[in-house]
Design a protein around this ligand. Structure first.
Ligand SMILES: Nc1nc2c(ncn2[C@@H]2O[C@H](COP(=O)(O)OP(=O)(O)OP(=O)(O)O)[C@@H](O)[C@H]2O)c(=O)[nH]1
Ligand SMILES: [Mg+2]
Length: 525
């Protein structure tokens, strides 16, 4: 048994990711949450235009320039006796690998929907990943300060497009310029827009009505809201905490991240309803967070987070027990023992040393090249189990890369090796010519790579697009004579041989001609 205090600490953790289609407002919402968490004093903006201050979680140079999130970032804050680990993820599908892995490290997710657009493609995909993992999902209908879709239509989309039942925790009174506030079904009050804090809330009577003295009752929008609330009470789903925690029912909040409306109420409710750290599956079955022995897994590796440090950080989700700086752990994959003496907690790229952390927390470990994404770390001298493999994607797009300046070979190699270790791009070498070939799931990954090679390693690169390919690895030996332009034989960074096929047809043709060559795709789990 754990001592009470470690158990209490574990139970106070809330670890979640913010997910959605690009531009729905994840980073903006994250910024407001950090504001309530008291960890930043002014909210920056995604583009930083007016104030020159950027959102905390878009810390990478290229993110600031383009106003999009490229990589997930983790931040910690305390709110109402809860210790919150929040992960802001990129929405763009070219970066979804990072987002999918991040989702393995959380216990719940906040799905942000741009209410002017409704449910978009990438949201559908990310939702499905959460559902498969049984993660509870909280929905934030964003951008109510603009004229958007009808709220009832948005709810219908949740059920029809995503197939999840919903319970609106609050309901908008108007929208756009006429957005007056929300009718809060959970706290039984009306929260008004642009009203000073002391007058912002109007308590509702037993019938769920505001006192007639309240000015808002004079508005037709209020009447419309009441009608819709009645409809929801009669025909909508019932509130059920149990179904929320099972991921069967999503609580829905309406608000606006940019104008900071409804965000605090969302946070208040979220910390009440969101689950504490959950067990994680391993080769030895489920591992409970309150188990005595320390364990965790690495879900992300990031080089050069801070230009002043220029080192590599491995992100660890602690799954059980307690972490103490200086402790010894075993890396399950290699059996190697490591002393964890350099550990950090984050505010995006800002960090401070952490001496103690518990299950549910996400910490950064200094990585001299010891870790790989998916590694299980276990306290003490023996690793008795490993956590489930993390999702990995087969690259679809390929390029050849060289350093523009041959004198920069050394830096080029260094950058290549370090950025490839982050897991978003894969490195191959062609067998005869020893050319460097990179594979990724999307074009934007290459743009980020080029940008970072320049910014972080001071190397200009030349890119030669190869188009899309199908990668298949070879089991056993294979003759180099089988390599051709349509079925290019390459080695991955672990020296395993693979073919890059021009297309499906080339793959099938090859298999028919060479039935003895056993091909497989290691990323299909
Ligand atoms: N009108 C309005 N605009 C918003 C709101 N929230 C965010 N935006 C704007 O929407 C744009 C995208 O916001 P982000 O927070 O970067 O969106 P994101 O989901 O983090 O985008 P990616 O990280 O690229 O996937 C920015 O221009 C924001 O200022 C809102 O509540 N109302
Ligand atoms: Mg973002």
């Amino acid at each position: 048994m754990k001592t009470e205090s470690t158990k209490d600490k574990i139970l106070s953790r809330r670890t979640f990711a913010i997910i959605s289609h690009p531009d729905a407002g994840k980073t903006t919402l994250t910024e407001q949450l950090l504001l309530f968490g008291g960890v930043i004093r002014d909210a920056g903006t995604v583009k930083g235009k007016k104030t020159g201050k950027f959102a905390t979680s878009d810390w990478m140079e290229i993110e600031k320039q383009r106003g999009i999130s490229v990589t997930s970032s983790v931040m910690q804050f305390q709110y109402k006796n809860r210790n919150i680990n929040i992960l802001d993820t990129p929405g763009h599908q070219d970066f979804s690998e990072d987002t999918y892995r991040t989702l393995t490290a959380v216990d719940s997710a906040v799905m942000v929907i741009d209410s002017t657009k409704g449910i978009e493609d990438q949201t559908i995909k990310l939702f499905q990943v959460c559902r498969k993992r049984g993660i509870p999902i909280f929905t934030f209908m964003n951008k109510l300060d603009r004229i958007g879709k009808d709220p009832l239509e948005l709810l219908a989309e949740l059920e029809e497009v995503l197939g999840i039942e919903s319970y609106p925790m609050n309901w908008p009174i108007g929208m756009g310029k006429e957005f007056l506030g929300v009718y809060d079904r959970f706290y039984n009050r009306i929260e008004q827009v642009r009203v000073e804090e002391k007058d912002r809330y109007i308590d509702l009577d037993e019938e769920g009505r505001a006192p007639e003295s309240a000015a808002i009752t004079q508005s037709g929008l209020y009447d419309k809201c009441l009608e819709e609330i009645e409809l929801l009470s009669e025909a909508g789903n019932e509130f059920s905490e149990e179904r929320i925690l099972n991921g069967e029912l999503t609580p829905v909040f309406f608000g606006s991240g940019l104008t900071n409306f409804g965000v605090q109420t969302f946070l208040d409710t979220y910390v009440e309803l969101a689950p504490p750290p959950q067990p994680r599956h391993s080769t030895e079955g489920e591992i409970e967070p309150t188990e005595e022995a320390f364990s965790g897994f690495i879900f992300k590796i990031q080089a050069n987070m801070n230009p002043a440090h220029r080192d590599r950080i491995a992100f660890l989700r602690i799954c059980s027990g307690k972490f103490e700086r200086g402790m010894n752990v075993t890396v399950a994959r290699t059996g190697k023992q490591v002393k964890l003496s350099q550990s950090t907690q984050f505010m995006a790229d800002d960090r401070h040393t952490v001496d103690e952390a518990v299950a549910g927390d996400i910490i950064g470990l200094y990585d001299p090249g010891t870790y790989q994404i998916g590694d299980t770390l276990i306290g003490g001298g023996k690793a008795q189990f490993q956590y489930d493999r993390l999702p990995q994607f087969t690259p679809e797009l390929y390029i050849k890369v060289t350093a523009k300046n041959v004198m920069k070979q050394k830096q080029f190699q260094k950058g290549l090796t370090q950025l490839v270790q982050e897991g978003a791009i894969q490195l191959f070498r062609s067998l005869h010519l020893e050319e460097y070939i990179l594979g990724a799931v999307g074009q934007l990954q290459f743009e980020v790579f080029e940008h970072r090679m320049k910014g972080e390693y001071n190397v200009d690169i030349t890119i030669q697009p190869m188009g899309s390919k199908i990668a298949r690895w070879v089991e056993g030996e294979v003759s180099e004579n089988l390599s051709s332009s349509r079925s290019l034989l390459v080695r991955d960074r672990y020296e395993n041989k693979a073919f890059l096929f021009e297309n499906d047809f080339a793959l099938r043709w090859f298999q028919e001609k060479n039935p003895d060559v056993k091909l497989y795709n290691p990323m299909e789990v």
